[in-house]
Every structure is written in structure tokens, then in C-alpha cells.
Design a protein around this ligand. Structure first.
Ligand code: NOJ
Length: 722
């Protein structure tokens, strides 16, 4: 019986290979049409023969032998995800190296090219033979130091293909594919070898050849403000510039796909441009001299990732990018702590105080102590201090080499401030604005971090504002930038310092390996509401970010503005209701969350109770509903208690939802505190109308919520009895 099952399994596998249209028998290709005829023919024989029971075993044996022959040709290979829902075919033929992907029976990616163009060397993209193929299955759970889910299951099937050029110089390259139930990752490996040592990549030929015209949400890749733009919704066939990843897309049937990368290490970022109707091509962000990547054999590229979900909210549940990063590098992680913070920050963005010296200088000792008191009294663990060090009086955004990272302004007594903060159990979050002057910063980096360490500063926020790029010439997201940002994280880790980066390199899951890399900006944040063009971020911005930028990793969006009309600013206001500001703490994940408004705006505000209580580290996360750019509802269970938190946000459209509470413990009653848009709330005409009430719920109840235009709802579910 066992033999029959195994033979049948091989038979099914063979049919799959035939179906892919890439079968080669005895070196000659069979095109799709012919392979279908062959399948039909074999199937007919099988059915007819199967009526004659005594011949069935002979037939199965013949099919098995045929299959074995095909698998020995080493020109194509198939792998499926653990649940069988996704399959990938890799093939190598005279035209090059290709992969294609199916979700169930539907082709999602047609044959898509793989390979490289090198400088002064033959391209690495065709003329290969497959030396060997290894398949592996993997299924293990690992624990996050902090995150949206405490436990993460890494279950995948791996296909490793070892390739070598048939002709001289017979260079070798490996490609490894990992198939998860929620998508795919693949990377290139350049093994150490005699005929390839140091080399320069001029183009990575990786393609993503989609089989449909998707709706896409993207931002342009080559712009002076890095990632800080509003996402554009357009058809895939209309993308006519190079775009950043994550690039999230939905096809007419609702299938959601997001292309990104994982473990971006000593390489250039991948951006994407369209070469054909629905074909995207990898575009590596160049150095100023046009080089893409300086490489040396014995290295691995980042993973190219494709997350696939039956609907957009499935993408929010995916841990694929984290799973493709290396495990945590640190033995001791006890020093790494998620936190909520306030800061000498919004007052500068509103123009109330200044970063530079003068009578309105924000970072003076007294003012910072005021923030420390506020944090200590309100369960907030940190105080960010911007504008404390020498450099801000100059035109630093043109030349950041004016910054001195160990020289405070005279009215900022760093010893007095840090002593005061330590005594009150509050952490100072030190600021390093570099103005993108990397050489200046790297020259001071070790001293700057030692200096913070000496004063007990355990968090830094770094910044790289410079429209002309790093060192006034390099893209933030090229290999130069990638190397720099990594160096900062590693140097900080040596001193047990946690990092939050603004104007960063995009997130690619490195927080798993270096969990002191807490959060980053890398998108248009709250600050654009204070001074951004066209009145700031429209209400559709946050429900877009959650399905795009946030798929890459946490974002330091800095929510929590209560004084929404911004009297200091004529043409700007925050384009949400106050209830939506609260819901951003749940929906826009970050282990560092700022209460961004001025302390005085939180006094006597019952809604502030929510910010005081909301956790920044979660045991579990479930995305309950959502459509990109429209709305999203997420629930998260606190890691430190039995409580659940719900956040729901909408764009310009009001919405009503019946929320199924099946995530609650079936044996318990919960007291829910609901922070909802008031009856007349509207983000433009009445943004501060908020309704706060309590009600008991059990698991089989449903919760009705009503989101007004630009609005939101947050709920805290506290277990009261079992
Ligand atoms: C831009 C950052 O996003 C913001 O948070 C910071 O205040 C300014 N740069 C100044 O460094």
C-alpha cells in the first residue's frame, strides 16, 4: 500500500511538472500545447487501464519511471508551500533562469527572469546548468523580543538550486526559494569560487511578471524627500516611474500581493519599474557613480519577498519578512524596552519654539524638566529632546557637518537633565540630527554614543534630512546608506542603546536580528499635518500606510494630537477626529509610540486615559477588516495582561461596523471602555467631538461602531470576571 501511495504521489508531481509547460525530456523542450496533449494521453491510458485492475500496478510503474527520467534532467523544479496553496516553478533554459508562481490553480506570476549584469564581466543570467537541487521542510516557532505577536511560526518549504555556467569561466550561483503559506522569498547566493572574487553589480535582472492588471499603491523612488510622499492608487499598467517597495497590489478578484525585500544587508535597496504591460523589473538604487552594488563572492543578496493573501487584511497577518531575517544576535535582551514618550518636538514643528538658540530655544533645561515631570506623572517612559546640541543655528539641512554630538547648547545642562530624569524613572531620548552629513557623523559616532551612555541615555532618535542625499550626493537607500544605517545600529547595540531612525533606510525585518532597531519613520508622518503642502495628510493616508509602508515594519508616526485645529498654522490642521488619533496607537504599530502633542493639551482630557493605558508590546494581533486607503480594524492582545485593544479608522467616508468579538475569552466578561467619534464628529468641521462610555461584553456579543468622516474608534476590553 505504502508503495502505491508513494508512486501515486510521484505521478501527481509529474502531472504538475507537465502542467507547468516547462518539461524537457531528453533535452528537447515540450511546449505547453504538447505537454497538455501528453497529459491527456497519459490520463486516458491511466483511466482505461485502471478498469483492467491487473494492469494498474504495471502502469503506475511505467509512469513512475517516466517521472524519474524527467526529474533527472535538472532543468526545472517545483516546490509548494506547506499547505499546498502556493507553488513555484523554477526553470533554467537557453533563454535564461526563470520562476513562476501559482496560487491554487491560478498563475499569479508568469515566467519571470532572474540573474545579474556585472561590470566588465559576462552577465550572470543564462547558459547555466543545474548542478543539484535540495529541498527542505522547516517548521518552528520563535519568540519576538517585542512585536505584534509574541510567538511567530516559521513554516516553509525550501528549494535550493545550485547552478554553474556550462561554459568558461564556469561561475557558480545558487538561488534559494522559500515557500510559506502566505508567500515566497528568494535570494541569490554567490559562493566563494576560483573564477569570481570581487565584482560590481550593474543591474539585478529579477522580474515580477504579474498575470493581471492590479490596482497598485505606490510612491516614487527617486525624489528628494525620500519616502515621504502620499501613496498613489493606479493600475499596474499605468505605473510609469520607478517605485519604492513595499508595493502593494490587489487584482480584480481581490487577491492581494505585496512585493518587498527582507534582510537588506550590504546591498542596494530594490525599487521597481515597469518594463512591459504587467512586468516589474528590479531597480537597484545606485551609488552616485552609477554603480549598483560592490560585492565579493561569499555573500547573499537580500531576500526578494512576495506576500500573497486572499484579501488585503491577510497581508497584515503575515510574518514572512521577519521569518526571512536571521534570529536575534544578542544573548542579553533585557535592556531592550518598548516605550511611550513625549518630547520637545511638536512645539518646534508648530513654530512655538526653535531647535536653534535664542529666546525661544525649546531644549532648555527647565522646559525639558517640565516634560520629564509630565512623563513621570502619566505612565510615559521617555522624553525626546531635539535641538540640544550645537549645529542648529546654521543652515544644517544644506551641510550637516555643523553638528557636534557631544556639545550641548549652554542652556541645556545635560547632567542636570539626565539626573532629574533618572530620579523620576524617565528615559531621555537623545537626538542625532545628522543633516545627512555621514562623514561628519561617523567621525563622531563612537564618541557621541559613549557620551549618551555616560549620561544613562538608552534611546536615540536619528535624522538624515538632506534633499541632496547623504554626504550631499548619495541616495539614502543605496548601498552607501545601507552600510551606514547598519553601522549605527551595531554601534548603538554595543552600548545597549535603542534606535529610532527618521529619514531611514526602509525596514526589511532587521529588527528580528537587531531588536534595538526599534522603529523608524520612512513615510509621511504626523509632522506633515503641521506644515505639509495641501493642508497635510488626507484621511485616506493612514489606512493606506497600514497596507503599504507598515508591512515593512513599525513606524514612528507620532500620533496623539488633541489640539487638532492647530491655531498656530493658517493652512494646516490634523485631518482626523480626536478618536482617530487614539485609534492610530493600535492600528499603526510601533514599539515606540509618541504622545506627540504639547503636555498642556492633554491636561483634563479624559481621552488621554487611552494613551496612558495603551500598550506598545503585544501578545497577538488580528486584523478584523480593512480595504487599502479606506478603513481598517485591528485588535491586539496586551502582552502584560488579559486586556484586548481595538482600533478602527476610516478615510473621508463614514462607516459602521458590527464587530465580531470571537477573539475574546469565551469564559469571561469584559468591561469595554469605548472612545468613539461623537454624534456630530467630522474631521473638518468638528474633529474634537468624542464620546467615551463603558459597557460589558462577552465573546458572543457583537460591538457596533460608527466611524465619522476621517474618524475612528478605540476600545479597551478589560476582563472583569470569568
Ligand atoms: C525630520 C524628522 O522627521 C522630525 O521628526 C525632526 O523633528 C526633524 N527632521 C528635525 O530633525
Amino acid at each position: 500500500m505504502g508503495l502505491y501511495i508513494s508512486l501515486y504521489f510521484h505521478f501527481v508531481n509529474m502531472i504538475l511538472i507537465l502542467n507547468s509547460g516547462t518539461l524537457i525530456i531528453d533535452g528537447s523542450s515540450i511546449d505547453q500545447h504538447r505537454s497538455f496533449s501528453l497529459i491527456e494521453c497519459l490520463t486516458k491510458i491511466y483511466l482505461n487501464m485502471s478498469q483492467i485492475k491487473q494492469y494498474r500496478s504495471i502502469l503506475i510503474l511505467v509512469l513512475f519511471v517516466l517521472y524519474s527520467c524527467t526529474s533527472r534532467d535538472h532543468t526545472s523544479s517545483i516546490i509548494t508551500s506547506p499547505n499546498g496553496g502556493i507553488s513555484l516553478t523554477f526553470s533554467s533554459n537557453e533563454k535564461g533562469l526563470f520562476y513562476s508562481i501559482k496560487k491554487d490553480t491560478t498563475t499569479v506570476f508568469k515566467a519571470s527572469r532572474l540573474g545579474f549584469k556585472l561590470k566588465d564581466k559576462p552577465d550572470l543570467n543564462s547558459g547555466f546548468e543545474i548542478i543539484s537541487v535540495n529541498k527542505k521542510e522547516y517548521d518552528k516557532e520563535w519568540r519576538q523580543v517585542w512585536g505584534q505577536n509574541q510567538l511567530v511560526r516559521d513554516q516553509h518549504h525550501e528549494l535550493m538550486v545550485h547552478l554553474q555556467e556550462k561554459q568558461e569561466p564556469k561561475r557558480k550561483i545558487d538561488i534559494v526559494f522559500r515557500l510559506f503559506n502566505d508567500g515566497i522569498g528568494f535570494r541569490y547566493i554567490f559562493p566563494e569560487q576560483d573564477n569570481l572574487n570581487e565584482f560590481i553589480i550593474m543591474d539585478e535582472l529579477t522580474e515580477f511578471n504579474l498575470n493581471d492588471d492590479y490596482d497598485t499603491w505606490s510612491i516614487k523612488a527617486y525624489q528628494k524627500d525620500r519616502y515621504e510622499y502620499l501613496y498613489r492608487k493606479q493600475k499596474l499598467t499605468c505605473i510609469d516611474d520607478t517605485v519604492h517597495t513595499p508595493l502593494t497590489m490587489v487584482n480584480p478578484k481581490g487577491l492581494a500581493v505585496s512585493i518587498h525585500e527582507a534582510n537588506l544587508t550590504d546591498y542596494a535597496s530594490m525599487t521597481l519599474y515597469r518594463t512591459n504591460k504587467t512586468t516589474l523589473h528590479c531597480d537597484l538604487v545606485p551609488w552616485a557613480d552609477g554603480t549598483k552594488v560592490y560585492a565579493k563572492a561569499g555573500f547573499k543578496t537580500p531576500w526578494r519577498t512576495i506576500q500573497i493573501g486572499a484579501k488585503p487584511t491577510d497581508l497584515l497577518q503575515s510574518n514572512l519578512i521577519l521569518n526571512l531575517n536571521d534570529p536575534c544576535q544578542f544573548k542579553d535582551v533585557s535592556w531592550i524596552k518598548p516605550a511611550k514618550y513625549v518630547g520637545v518636538w511638536w512645539e518646534m514643528h508648530l513654530g512655538i519654539s526653535s531647535w536653534g538658540q535664542g529666546k525661544h530655544h525649546g531644549a532648555n533645561t527647565e522646559n525639558v524638566k517640565r516634560y520629564i515631570d509630565f512623563a513621570a506623572e502619566n505612565n510615559l517612559q521617555g522624553v525626546l529632546v531635539e535641538g540640544w546640541n550645537v549645529g542648529w543655528d546654521e543652515q544644517w539641512w544644506l551641510d550637516g557637518s555643523v553638528f557636534k554630538f557631544t556639545t550641548p547648547y549652554p542652556d541645556f545642562d545635560i547632567k542636570a537633565v539626565t539626573d532629574y530624569a533618572n530620579a523620576r524613572g524617565v528615559n531621555i531620548i537623545g537626538h542625532h540630527e545628522t543633516g545627512g552629513a555621514i562623514t561628519n557623523y561617523e567621525n563622531q559616532l563612537e564618541d557621541a554614543l559613549d557620551y549618551y551612555q555616560k549620561y544613562g541615555i538608552k534611546y536615540i532618535k536619528s535624522g538624515y534630512v538632506n534633499p541632496n542625499g547623504l554626504n550631499n550626493k548619495e541616495w539614502h537607500h543605496g548601498q552607501f546608506g545601507v552600510r551606514h544605517y547598519r553601522k549605527v545600529v551595531e554601534e548603538a547595540a554595543k552600548r545597549h542603546i535603542m534606535v529610532c531612525m527618521h529619514e531611514p533606510i526602509k525596514s526589511t525585518g532587521l529588527r528580528r536580528t537587531f531588536p534595538n532597531l526599534m522603529s523608524s519613520e520612512g513615510a509621511r508622518g504626523q509632522e506633515f499635518n503641521a506644515w505639509g503642502p495641501n493642508g497635510g495628510n488626507p484621511p485616506s493616508h493612514e489606512p493606506t500606510l497600514i497596507f503599504t509602508r507598515l508591512l515593512a515594519g513599525p513606524m514612528d508616526y507620532t500620533p496623539g494630537i488633541f489640539d487638532i485645529s492647530l491655531p498656530q498654522k493658517k493652512s494646516n490642521q490634523v485631518n482626523t477626529t480626536i478618536a482617530k488619533q487614539l485609534a492610530l496607537y493600535v492600528t499603526l504599530y510601533s514599539p515606540l509610540q509618541m504622545a506627540a502633542d504639547l503636555p498642556e493639551h492633554y491636561i483634563n482630557q479624559p481621552a488621554f486615559e487611552f494613551i496612558k493605558s495603551v500598550p506598545v508590546d503585544w501578545e497577538r494581533t488580528i486584523a478584523l477588516n480593512g480595504q487599502i486607503g479606506e478603513y481598517v480594524t485591528i485588535v491586539r492582545k496586551d502582552k502584560a495582561s488579559d486586556s484586548w485593544y481595538l482600533g478602527s479608522i476610516t478615510n473621508e467616508e463614514p462607516r459602521q461596523f458590527d464587530i465580531d468579538l470571537s477573539f475574546l475569552d469565551p469564559n469571561a466578561t469584559y468591561k469595554a471602555t469605548v472612545y468613539a467619534d461623537g454624534k456630530d464628529a467630522d474631521y473638518q468641521s468638528n474633529p474634537t467631538d468624542i464620546m467615551i462610555y463603558e459597557k460589558e461584553y462577552r465573546q458572543n456579543d457583537s460591538l457596533q461602531i460608527s466611524l465619522k468622516r476621517g474618524g475612528g474608534t478605540s476600545v479597551v476590553f478589560k476582563k472583569i470576571h470569568e
